[in-house]
Design a protein around this ligand. Sequence first.
Ligand code: ADP
Ligand code: MG
Length: 228
Amino acid sequence: MIIQLHNINKTYYSAAPLHVLKGINLGIEAGEMVSIMGASGSGKSTLLNILGILDTYDTGEYLLNGQLISNLSESRAAEYRNRLIGFIFQSFNLITFKNAMENVALPLYYQGIRRKKRNVVAMEYLDMVGLRDWADHMPNELSGGQKQRVAIARALIAQPKIILADEPTGALDSVTTEEVIALLRKVNQERGMTMIIVTHEASVANATDKIIRLRDGLIENIEAPHHV
Ligand code: ADP
Ligand code: MG
């Protein structure tokens, strides 16, 4: 198992304490593509952020690739994140003043790879997502679907073991949604990359291997998708 969660609990202490995750038990095998569904506020993003070591949990155990993720220093957390995880967000999170190629190349910049080399690799990934001809366009010159494909290329370029996507098609129309999910499915199948996708859309969830339903901070059930 690449991901093992044992009785994960998380409370936010803002105005009044909010017990958001109430004992999550979950195992995900390497190469699986799963979706997480649930009402707004059910804890989906909190769970994904804990999986991505962007947030901490209070009690329980999280094993990532066999390694206990607990009380890590920020530099250790960043090291695991950079080596193991690629992120995709609803709002793309591209850097507005960098072109498509530079956005894709960014993770390699953080690895200290020199410009010429990282741009060559970025072009390969842009090609893979069908955007070779758009390399020198700025994000505001791209459609929503194109922006998300740039973000996918950026998530893949460091060759992570896991992709975590929080409502990746939430800002896209239905045709573009299908294209983006087909691309993620292809990457999952061809590279065996583990994918965890939070979504509100049944069509997206049904394209995954397994649907995990969260309700009030607990896993309500795990079901097979309906193939249409
Ligand atoms: P979902 O992604 O399923 O909509 P979230 O995990 O974002 O749910 O949020 C679960 C609950 O926790 C919500 O009630 C939300 O308002 C609250 N919450 C999320 N993040 C924080 C935070 N940083 N501080 C306080 N409360 C938070
Ligand atoms: Mg959310």
